[in-house]
Design a protein around this ligand. Structure first.
Ligand code: NAP
Length: 276
């Protein structure tokens, strides 16, 4: 078993994830795994970094596929006895003018952004080693979507006692409510991406609390963040930040020094803790 520290970035064959891997290759003292659902796209991305003189390793990972997540888990357990840095970067968004019915957009978006990310956490968080870092890439849209929720929902999502099961129940209810076309009446905002990212931010707050309760002595720091508005296939060419600039906050959180006792359980943008 290797004692080399190891970092894993989900959805990193392009966009912000790719830029996070690029930065980690330069700054992280260990093995850096670029992961992709499609091995061809993943290997191509690794080769692109190689041309820049950077050495990333590759492992397949489709966060919609539990078997794929478990294969990565078993690989990390066997080869490294765990992992040191996990960046949950995968995210999808329908384009504004997409005509796919809203209920379908809700189901598909929540499946990857919330349920897929949660499945990765369920399988990989127990493997995170002492002084490890976990970064969940959310969005400022989670804050604006929170503001668009009913007062009752806002209270639940800001609660310091909400459980993971209760959050899963709420995210499931959103999808069901969209199918019955009652989501607005039930206090939800009209954004599937926004609700999925509320899920990611609140999940991060819950997971950080669980780490405090169950693994206090392990000094693991877990946070959610927004990369900013970044020129990628998701956000388009008008966005203000380059992918490398978008990677800055996630990389800052992934490389917090081992004597840092925070941030932990926070939501950050531009390396600054934001009020939730
Ligand atoms: P992007 O360019 O569309 O890249 C998304 C990455 O996720 C791609 O590598 C994609 O792989 C991968 N992916 C999608 N579904 C996957 C799955 N089921 N399993 C594994 N990989 C999967 O998006 P981005 O702009 O870099 O976004 C990265 C993160 O930042 C997302 O969480 C996004 O919500 C967040 N964010 C972005 C912005 C922005 O302005 N861009 C703003 C706020 C937050 P394929 O190539 O196979 O599709």
């Amino acid at each position: 078993m290797s004692n080399v520290p190891v970092a894993v970035v989900t959805g990193s064959n392009k966009g912000i994830g790719f830029a996070i891997v690029r930065a980690l290759c330069k700054q992280f003292p260990g093995d850096v795994y670029l992961t992709a659902r499609d091995p061809g796209r993943g290997q191509k991305a690794v080769a692109k970094l190689q041309e820049e003189g950077l050495c990333a390793l590759f492992h397949q990972l489709d966060i919609d596929d539990l078997q794929s997540i478990r294969a990565l888990r078993d690989f990390l357990k066997e080869k490294y006895g765990g992992l040191n840095v996990l960046v949950n970067n995968v995210g999808i968004a329908f384009k504004v003018h997409d005509t796919t019915p809203f209920a379908v957009q809700a189901e598909v978006t929540l499946k990857t952004n919330f349920f897929g990310t949660r499945n990765v956490c369920t399988e990989l968080l127990p493997l995170v080693k002492p002084y490890g870092k976990v970064v969940n890439v959310s969005s400022m849209v989670s804050s604006s979507a929170l503001g668009g929720c009913s007062r009752e929902l806002q209270q639940k999502f800001r609660s310091n006692t909400i459980t993971e099961d209760e959050l899963v129940e709420l995210m499931t209810k959103f999808v069901e409510d969209t199918k019955k076309s009652v989501h607005e009446k039930e206090g939800w905002p009209n954004t599937a991406y926004g609700v999925s990212k509320i899920g990611v931010t609140v999940l991060s707050r819950i997971q950080a609390r669980m780490l405090n309760e169950k693994r206090k002595g392990d000094h693991i720091l877990l946070n959610a963040c927004c990369p900013g508005w970044v020129r990628t296939d998701m956000a388009g060419p008008q966005a203000t930040k380059s992918p490398d600039e978008g990677a800055e906050t996630p990389v800052y959180l992934a490389l917090l020094p081992s004597d840092a006792d925070g941030p932990h359980g926070q939501f950050l943008s531009n390396k600054t803790v934001r009020t939730w």
